[in-house]
Design a protein around this ligand. Structure first.
Ligand SMILES: [Ca+2]
Length: 151
């Protein structure tokens, strides 16, 4: 499930599609770089692509954020990517990863992510990972994370 944390994503997407020349003023933002890499800058769609990820941090492809149910990048792994803009979020509520994110790797090049504990419609930030960083074990909110977003 993809979600929007705010209306900014929609505004950005509309601006890129309707007036691409206006992008020159704001080129090289994290969002536009990621979109260019993924080749679909005119259609931001959020974290709409997932893959199954094997064991080990190296199993997480570049441009993906990967989470595992075990420490040290073991157990069940899943990777998320897409055309990510600020405000894009994804939930893994009601999956094996709900409250079981015991290791994670942000292998995007440009997108800092924030983890959330989700209760009803309330998303509470509980930690973050900058691009190129990971948590292998000992994360105090491993048993709470239900989703993530680019805030
Ligand atoms: Ca939770």
């Amino acid at each position: 499930m993809t979600a929007q944390l705010g209306a900014i994503t929609i505004v950005v997407g509309a601006a890129l599609a309707a007036a691409p020349s206006a992008q020159a003023d704001t080129a090289a933002t994290a969002e536009t770089e990621q979109h260019a890499i993924l080749g679909d800058e005119a259609q931001p769609a959020g974290w709409d692509r997932t893959i199954s990820v094997g064991q080990g941090r190296g199993a997480c492809p570049v441009h993906y954020v990967c989470i595992w149910t075990g420490t040290n990048f073991t157990g069940s792994g899943i990777g998320f990517t897409g055309s990510i803009a600020r405000g894009d979020a994804v939930s893994w509520f009601n999956t094996v990863w709900q409250d079981h994110v015991y290791s994670a790797f942000n292998n995007t090049l440009t997108v800092p992510i924030t983890f959330f504990n989700i209760y009803g419609s309330t998303w509470t930030p509980i930690g973050s990972l900058n691009p190129g960083t990971w948590v292998a074990s000992g994360w105090v909110n491993s048993d709470k994370a239900d989703g993530m977003g680019y805030v």
